[in-house]
Design a protein around this ligand. Sequence first.
Ligand code: ZN
Length: 238
Amino acid sequence: MPPTSSPGSLSPDDASEPFALGPPPPVATPANAPPPRQPAAAPRQGHASSGHTAAPPARLAPSAAPTAPPEDAPIAAEGALVFPLFDPPLANYKTGARWYGAPRSGGRHHAAVDLIAPHLARIRAVADGVVVQAPYYFYTGTNALEVRHPGIGVVRYGEIDVRKVVHLEAGDRVSAGQVIAYVGRLDSGSSMLHFELYSGKASGALTVRGNPPYQRRRDLVDPTSLMDRLLPQVQRRH
Ligand SMILES: [Zn+2]
């Protein structure tokens, strides 16, 4: 492992998002699909090519009556936390190239979870918060937006659309469930919300070259468990 080589990787993020090119892959079943065949597949094994396995087993709706909330209603479960999309991602964020820590070119590791969604799908604030950075150019034709959510940390909502922009400036308040951006389309054609989470204990730019393996600020944290907690909110609809 050469200590400092991030060769031609000019982009702050995903050097390759090999999935979801062109038409949606046939594997793109919602994460509330039936449980996987393998018993209790370990979710984060890091196989970059296994595509669609391992829908988390615990995702089936509980025995509660199906309530089908209106599509636009912010669902304020978990205190005031909401899943950042209105629908389940089209692919499991723990498999493929989408999981936190997935290998990228140059030895870099993926610093987020990728929530695959249609281009221009609405993205909502996961909690009340204050905008840290207004939308700015992020990665191969997409923007990012940074919001501080007290109690959660700083979220970089990445790979959002560059044309359909919600007007937000640093210091603006947002509330849980508020639509703050739209899913962008990468130059590769794929579309997703790239969700990065920071504890907020550090300051400065989130992308930090020369801080392997993530090339991110040192307070980067794994957002997977947060997503796991919130995902059921959008899985109960039929
Ligand atoms: Zn990503």
